[in-house]
Design a protein around this ligand. Structure first.
Ligand code: ADP
Ligand code: MG
Length: 729
């Protein structure tokens, strides 16, 4: 056997630690190298003097608690030969946990009242008492010498926290301090300890201040890794120049502004000016416009497109669904009027053409649309992402507008920029409010502008939670209300989480993130489905009304037909999935009923209700749920009912979601380098790291003079290409 005397972060674990432990770490926890292990940080610390509060334990959780043995009893097993040891452990605050050990002959001498030990196992319940069945345990006197804190590690069945701690200690003893990737100037300016010290301290803190300092330094590593990756991306994105589209006096944009039936809001004007300046430059624009539903993003996008068309180039507008694409084409044409009727009778002199490219077009029409794009006849081409990305050749594409798609990946952005000599400018629009830290990470390669106010004249939406479980009569009042709305000439949406119509398959339609949707507790009934709710309502409480059905499984032309019918007022009620979440604009709709509202995310509910109250009549949104009062689910719905501030709801969503969901997890098999960074708690560090990273990349665009930082990027987000994963959130 070789004796290992010196290791670095890349050394395989087998060597510095024994084979059995190395195997366990690798198979159970995916830790293969010394670096992996020292980056496996404690989840928390137990003060050697303080027992763990047992009241905080959750059923089913794998826990490690520091507790004191209070009572030990031995008895025969009832149905088998052998002995059973029952141990009651206490947290010293009057709360107890039962531990059961089978055939514990070796334990007898050790397990005595007064013993303080770490107990580790899964929390279960037996006859109303919490218990750990056959837990692992480790007397703490032996476990860590006399250090004041016991580090508690994320552990698994079969390899416990203290076993991990032991391995970490062995490795740290052999490890020379690694070269610090962070420049010394940065460390000094931010008061950060060096890497070697931080790594030792996070595992073996002497004081609480040690814990904080170590963590702070390691959070910086992660923040720098992310921000450097993004700075490198930003750098690359502007390497290929775009075409400049300076303002053209007497052009389409001016003609359009002159015929606009309303005045732009201050936000529309200032964001418009930012975009106009971007478009006039040769640096490719990479801008995200965030504006709550109804903030008027369409007209902002259209004005940008017209500026590009004025310079003789084309603009493409991409929507997430065919329904939306068709709707955009219609509304752009109607906003432009004669300005979109090039070559038609009554068309304006400088007119252009808006071409819809839809998968459901008949072959001849599709061919014509493709030709219009290719020849440059179409100044504006509208379609779905897939379609435009794969199929269309443009005469000269100057601008790509991506609507209502905040989850638009870096790779997709790259694909859109194409391979031409010049890169098109890029404008992404989203109604999802984006907290600052998310803007700096998930969208860190985009500039972000916000439309904060809604155009005047919009009606308020009143949101009410309908507890259908406790108060069934409320549901009857819901249906009555719908009849009233329809009688008053208005239209209504009813939203369900699921499509339905087949055998129990999960066909929940959340275009966003199912995790975000609060969906999926196993024991509950299946979420309500459009194809079941619609006929029930038609035959029951909503008999006599004209009811349509819309969901993602309909063929595109049918979807479009349903939307048109609803738009034209030929339907009173639209029973739909979240396909109506984004962009659908029917000003005559005044009420929305969301069934099983607790199955949706907060931001999603906010988006959905933005579909009503778009005209002059006030809107109402009813959140139907059978979750009982006092549950978290109900509190979340109350929050949605109590505020119309999308930013506030997005922040709450962020709090409810696990960090990992937001920052994404790395692709197949690779461990995420982000362990400590929190979008909620580390706003300041993220902001500072962003500035630092930008400075460093400006001075050293390939990070050739900073090999340590280069490695840090790879460690944090894979190689920088894989910064794309940040968009998966
Ligand atoms: P969203 O930001 O949700 O995409 P839209 O662009 O669909 O919002 O605009 C919502 C509605 O507000 C549309 O009917 C649009 O015509 C109208 N609108 C946009 N800007 C203004 C404005 N400055 N004044 C009045 N109405 C406006
Ligand atoms: Mg829109």
């Amino acid at each position: 056997m070789t004796v290992v005397t010196q290791v670095d972060l890349d050394t395989p674990l087998l060597g510095p630690i024994g084979k059995k432990a190395a195997d366990a770490l690798s198979t159970k926890l995916g830790l293969h190298t010394v670096g992996d292990l020292v980056r496996h940080y404690p989840r928390r610390y137990v003060d050697r003097g303080k027992l763990t509060d047992i009241a905080g334990l959750e059923l089913g959780e794998h826990v490690t608690v520091l507790a004191e043995v209070e009572k030990v009893t031995m008895r025969d097993m009832r149905h088998r030969r052998g002995k059973l040891m029952q141990v009651v452990i206490t947290d010293g605050r009057g709360r107890r946990l039962d531990c059961t050990f089978f055939n514990p002959y070796k334990l007898k001498a050790v397990m005595v009242p007064g013993l303080r030990a770490l107990f580790s196992g899964q929390v279960s319940r037996f006859r109303d008492k919490l218990q750990l069945t056959h837990p692992e345990f480790e007397p703490i006197e032996e476990s860590e010498g006399v250090r004041p804190f016991v580090s508690i590690y994320p552990a698994t069945q079969g390899f416990d926290s203290w076993q991990i701690a032991r391995c970490v200690r062995q490795v740290l003893e052999l490890l020379d301090d690694p070269t610090d990737p962070l420049p010394e100037s940065l460390r000094r300016a931010e008061g950060l300890s060096d890497l070697g010290r931080a790594l030792r301290r996070i595992h073996m803190p002497e004081t609480e201040a040690d814990q904080y300092a170590a963590k702070n330094r390691l959070v910086w590593d992660e923040a720098m890794g992310v921000q450097l990756a993004l700075a490198l991306r930003r750098k690359r994105a502007v390497q290929r120049p775009a075409a400049a589209n300076p303002h053209v006096p007497g052009g389409l944009l001016e003609a359009f502004d002159a015929r606009l039936p309303y005045t732009l809001t201050a936000g529309q004007r200032s964001v418009g000016a930012e975009i106009a300046a971007d478009l006039a430059s040769e640096t490719p624009m990479n801008r995200l416009v965030q504006g709550d539903v109804g903030a008027g993003k369409t007209v902002v996008a259209l004005r940008a497109m017209l500026q590009v068309v004025d310079s003789g180039r084309q603009a493409a507008m991409l929507a997430p669904t065919e329904v939306l694409a068709a709707q955009h084409a219609r509304s752009l044409r109607s906003l432009l009027g004669p300005l979109a009727q090039a070559g038609e009778l009554g068309g304006a002199e400088q007119a252009t053409r808006v071409t819809l490219l839809s998968g459901s077009l008949p072959a001849a029409a599709k061919k014509k649309a493709l030709l219009e794009a290719q020849s440059g006849e179409a100044g504006i081409v509208v379609g779905t992402h897939a379609l435009i990305q794969d199929r269309v050749g443009f005469a000269e594409l100057g601008l790509v507008v991506v609507d209502e798609q905040h989850r638009f990946g870096v790779e997709q952005r790259d694909a859109l920029r194409g391979r031409g000599e010049k890169a098109p400018h890029l404008l992404v629009m989203t109604a999802t409010p984006i907290p600052r830290t998310v803007a700096m990470t998930v969208y860190g390669d985009l500039e972000v502008s916000a439309l904060r106010e809604l155009p005047g004249g919009r009606s308020p939406i009143a949101t009410t939670v309908v507890p259908a479980g406790e108060k069934p009569t409320w549901l009857e009042r819901v249906w009555k209300r719908i009849h009233e709305e329809v009688a008053a000439g208005h239209q209504v949406y009813i939203v369900c989480p699921r499509v339905g119509g087949d055998t129990g398959k999960d066909d929940t339609e959340f275009p966003d993130d199912p995790d975000d949707a609060g969906a999926g507790t196993d024991e509950r009934r299946a979420p309500l489905a459009v194809l079941e709710v619609a006929p029930q309502l038609a035959e029951g409480p909503l008999a006599g009304l004209r009811i349509g059905v819309l969901h993602g499984k309909l063929p595109p032309d049918e979807k479009d037909a349903v939307m048109r019918a609803f738009d034209a007022g030929e339907l009173d009620v639209l029973v739909a999935t979240t396909v109506i979440e984004v962009g659908v604009d029917v000003p005559n709709s005044t009420a929305m009923v969301i069934m099983d509202a607790d199955r949706f995310g907060l931001s999603q509910l906010h988006q959905l209700r933005g579909r009503v109250g778009r005209g002059s009549a006030p809107g109402v949104c009813l959140l139907v749920t059978d979750m009982p009062a006092g549950t978290t689910a109900r509190e979340r719905l109350d929050a949605v009912a109590s505020t119309t501030d999308g930013f506030e709801l997005a922040r709450m969503d962020l709090e409810l979601r696990r960090e990992g969901d937001v920052l994404g997890s790395l692709q197949s098999g690779r461990r995420s380098g982000l362990r400590l960074l929190s979008l909620l708690r580390h706003e300041e560090i993220i902001a500072k790291a962003r500035v630092r990273a930008t400075e460093i990349v400006d001075g050293d665009p390939g990070l050739v003079r900073h090999p340590g930082l280069h490695a840090l990027v790879a460690e944090t987000v894979g190689d920088e290409e894989r910064a794309a994963y940040l968009d998966k959130a």
